[in-house]
Design a protein around this ligand. Sequence first.
Ligand code: SF4
Ligand code: SF4
Length: 383
Amino acid sequence: MNLTLHLTTRCPLRCRYCYARPDTLTSRDMTLETALQAIEFAVQGSAESEHCGIVFFGGEPLLLADHIREIVASCRHREARLPTRFHFKVTTNGLLLDGRFLDFAVAEDLFVALSLDGVAAAHDAHRVGEDGEGTHAVVEERARALLARRPYAPVLMTVTPDTVRFYAASVQYLLDLGFRYVITSIDYSGAWTAATLRTLRREYRTLAGLYEAWMREERKFYFSPFEVKLASHIHGADYQRERCELGWRQLSVAPDGRLFPCVQFARDGADSTFAIGDVWSGVDEERRANLAEMSARDHEPCRTCAIEPRCNHTCGCLNWQATGRVDHVSPVLCEHERLLIPIVDALGARLYGGRSALFLQKHYNAMFPLLSLIEDEQDAPAS
Ligand code: SF4
Ligand code: SF4
């Protein structure tokens, strides 16, 4: 089972696109008792697979770094008695990412994902503190410290209509900074226009050119929008099974212990429309099934769409973020998929035709993730 613990609604940042809006909510922290009950719930649900993924999320989860330490210690204690194995990840804005926490992350093999929106002009347009000032300089410093200890840490970048013109430059900047895993999210709830969507297409074309060059240089990296679409092109129907199944692949725990089907819904103060149980009584299967059914409902314009199997329109969480309904597809998401897929397919054809060795390994060799990991670990500096 994969469980995301929303440890707190508090956050020292005031990101302008934040759906959780920390300044408008009554602040609330998850109690340690609730968090440990969530672990108990996760263990019960992990009996078959014996693997349990725990994500620490917020708000800013490092405000409760002591909770994280206690939870990890409790899980390690369980590992000594049970077959369950835990994997941990924390998603942070970086402001509180100090040496002490990095020591802990290294010691406990905790995955740290950092939010950084690329170049200063893009990051500082939205990711501001309570004083309204941008936070790029301090987060860049934290990024360097993180990469020195955890070289494969992923970076999370959000692209909005007013920062899309920096998209390609920002990805290049993040790679140059040392990140190898760049995960981008489009802010589908933003005020996209025909002009900003044209800019998005132009930026993806530029990125396709850069991606091709990086591949030919055998630079190992992961750029989420391209990898996902390349994989769906190459592996077709098999890849569809990886698509969103609201409430089945992972669950989010709000600070008060209620269970939600994905991170966007698990806000403190959120109404209970999407709650599907709590960590004490477990999942309400009827509610979960109803929600999954609602999310999987056929979207009328998608029925005859040629790229439907490769489109993100089935993500109920994204739909809800953009339209307020899990079963309503955002026109911006539709446009995004239509402009991205042809660019990525042309890129894949060029790399395949040119017999790019890294491309062929990455997408056609099932052993690549394992071989790559072994190679990376041999190259990694001692921490
Ligand atoms: S760091 Fe995350 S929780 Fe905090 S304001 Fe920004 S988007 Fe919201
Ligand atoms: S591209 Fe648009 S019409 Fe096609 S499946 Fe996606 S959302 Fe539906």
